[in-house]
Design a protein around this ligand. Structure first.
Ligand code: FAD
Length: 359
């Protein structure tokens, strides 16, 4: 058993763990922080793998709109400056759907938060994006603070930055997190890490490490398809169809010529992240049918498919809280399919908590 004593241990090196470590390294010396993950960097078992993610400022509540704006306007540029790499391809995004779906609530939230989201009629939207039909829409939201995040590049850049800062990254499955009056003891099969505070950013496994979250944070497998299409990041907007009973989204891949699209699944029965299951091709066939309705010309063949986990919480809320009876452990469950763009902000909040507790 290897013993270490540090100020803060972070369990889980997905985007939320990496951003927490990055924000924390602005306050503590790098070697005072340890980041533990059960898998090697680049793994595809959790929620942060894949080349790209959407960033956008349109949401259902003014609070989320404001958070997205701050993350995009302040924190992503700060991260890009720190790692000295371009991580976001700026652009716009479009949202449409029936008036008796969530669209009016999105429009009201954007207006309330003073975002750069324009409400346009369908004819105007079609003139701006002639390859899109906006079928079934009465109006369209055109979000001018959006784009595509280079997700895999962000993960690699953060890992390299943390290494250079002296943050220790170790591989191991955390089996227990015990707390007493003076600190926490985090154990894997090979390591015992004593720290003043622990931040648990374990994605779909958060309920396994923090049982109090289990009923609230539901791991749900998502099925993602990739279709050949004449699209390009920066030119083709990421899009969201806000249907009455559900949401579909898509974005151009960074490599170009391919549309990534999926159904956004936030309800249903829990999936076990320990079990590896391939993509649901029937669900992706249905997404392909929708793409043919919404794009003209429609997509070419589907050339790839993938799975990824959401950790769904009621109302797609984020959880950052001390579990019952703990004061030195912060459980972070920030996913529900939206957390990549907000991770620098989530990391900032988690790091502030850790600095307060670890002193
Ligand atoms: C299909 C899909 C599309 C998405 N699209 C977008 C988008 O367009 N825009 C956007 O902003 N967001 C999007 N998201 C959401 C975003 O990607 C996730 O919210 C984010 O990646 C969550 O990161 P995380 O760090 O919380 O979890 P994870 O990436 O799952 O990281 C958790 C880590 O904890 C580790 N771990 C777990 N248990 C243990 C243990 N016991 N010991 C040690 N390590 C452990 C795991 O190995 C894992 O590496 C999407 C997500 C999916 C799945």
């Amino acid at each position: 058993m290897r013993y270490q004593h540090v100020k803060v241990v972070i369990v889980g090196a997905g985007i939320n763990g990496l951003c927490t470590a990055w924000q924390l390294a602005g306050e503590l010396d790098g070697p005072e922080i340890v980041l533990v993950d059960r898998f090697l960097p680049g793994h595809a078992r959790g929620s942060s793998h894949g080349e790209e993610r959407i960033t956008r400022s349109s949401y259902e509540s003014a609070e989320w709109v404001a958070a997205s704006m701050r993350s995009r306007n302040e924190l992503w540029p700060a991260l890009e400056a720190a790692v000295q790499a371009s991580l976001v391809v700026p652009g716009t995004a479009v949202f449409w759907g029936p008036e008796d779906g969530p669209l009016p609530t999105y429009a009201a939230a954007c207006r309330m938060a003073g975002s750069r989201v324009e409400e346009v009629d369908v004819a105007t939207a079609r003139a701006r994006f002639p390859h899109m039909t906006f079928a079934g829409a009465d109006r369209v939201l055109h979000d001018h603070l959006a784009g595509v995040i280079a997700a895999a590049r962000t993960m690699r850049a953060l890992e390299a930055w943390l290494d250079a800062a002296g943050v220790r990254r170790i591989q191991g499955t955390v089996a227990s997190i015990a707390e007493d009056d003076t600190g926490v003891l985090v154990k894997t099969a090979d390591d015992a890490i004593r720290a003043e505070a622990a931040v648990v950013t374990a994605g779909p496994w958060v309920g396994a490490l923090v049982p109090a979250l289990r009923p609230r944070a539901l791991p749900l497998r998502q099925h993602v398809g990739y279709w050949q299409m004449d699209v390009q990041a920066g030119r083709t907007p990421p899009w969201v169809h806000l249907g009455k009973t559900g949401l579909h989204y898509g974005l151009p891949t960074l490599a170009g010529g391919v549309m990534k699209a999926a159904k956004h699944r936030v309800v249903g029965s829990e999936d076990n992240p320990e079990v590896e299951v391939g993509p649901d091709l029937l669900e992706l066939d249905e997404v392909g049918v929708q793409l043919r309705e919404w794009f003209a010309p429609g997509p070419g063949p589907r050339i790839d498919a993938d799975t990824c986990f959401f950790t769904a919480v009621k109302d797609e809320a984020f959880i950052l809280e001390e579990p019952p009876g703990k004061t030195r452990v912060l459980a972070v469950s920030a996913c529900s399919g939206h957390a990549f763009k907000l991770a620098p902000l989530t990391g900032e909040a988690a790091a502030r908590w850790a600095v307060r507790v670890a002193g």
